[in-house]
Design a protein around this ligand. Sequence first.
Ligand code: NAP
Length: 305
Amino acid sequence: MRVLLTGGSGLLALNWACAIRDSHEVLLATHRRRADLAGTRSVELALEPLDTLTSALQRLAPDLVIHTAGLTSVDECERDPERSTHVNAALARNVALAAAAAGARLVHISTDHLFAGTRAFYTEAAQPEPLNAYARSKLLAEQWVAQVHPDALIVRTNFFGWGHAHRQSFSDWLYYGLDEGRELTLFDDAWFTPIHADTLAHACHALVDTGASGIYNVVGDERVSKYAFGAKLADTCGFSGALLLHGKIAAARLSAARPPDMSLDNSKARARLGTAFGSVADFLSLLQQQHRAGRREELRAAITG
Ligand SMILES: NC(=O)c1ccc[n+]([C@@H]2O[C@H](COP(=O)([O-])OP(=O)(O)OC[C@H]3O[C@@H](n4cnc5c(N)ncnc54)[C@H](OP(=O)(O)O)[C@@H]3O)[C@@H](O)[C@H]2O)c1
């Protein structure tokens, strides 16, 4: 299959490309930054105007488009809600329209950030209650994508993996901070269900293979606090947990309101695939294996500009 990933210089796209490059032809579609990753081809792709994007996708002829591009800083979205709506929702609609016109399947990457976060394990049927501009733009994106590409698979998630100089993941922030001996404050009242980026990629391809469409939560099986995640990472990577300090999201002065509980229920995806996705310990052990195999260095060298 020829798979085109938008946001080709981003955290998710690079890890996704590594996860599938041995079994698929991978096109990394980039914006400002270039990507140079073995086993993949990098193409500059403007997501607007729509007619230019549509012709480009027809020429590139992907079987499957994975839309990961977006404005992912919650604070930046809050400062500029119009840009957030444009990049996260209007460009997602362009990608969905162009993918449909090119006869390509589409996986649209959404978020676990859509809810008020007052309870645990939101299902796909739960009513979204976006608290900030990022969440509003991602919710609008889901609605527009579903309208113009009804077969699209819309994936709500929260992932981690090795990043690069311009894009640190949550696990990078912890790893590099602990490695430098810095004290890190982590919320023990903020919850999520993280998944490793490679596991996410494989699960999404498996869902596409079953013909799944509509909204699916593709997250890890375990709900943990940010603090507990940090403690598990410190333990797995051999760092001192004493550097981790307890913080409270309830007391934090954040420029954009954030849901305290972002955990999602993944039972719909698990039932469709007949398999569990894994625990935090499983994903951290994969992160360590990748470190030993050179993934961290490879991704750090992959992005230039
Ligand atoms: N990180 C998480 O844990 C998390 C959690 C839930 C959901 N998500 C969702 O997952 C997706 C991927 O996130 P990520 O963390 O991999 O993102 P990221 O590392 O911030 O990368 C974003 C990508 O989007 C590209 N981009 C930005 N503006 C663009 C534009 N106007 N036109 C074309 N491309 C543009 C960027 O390219 P340039 O740098 O060249 O501009 C970059 O390659 C996003 O949709 C995000 O909302 C992420």
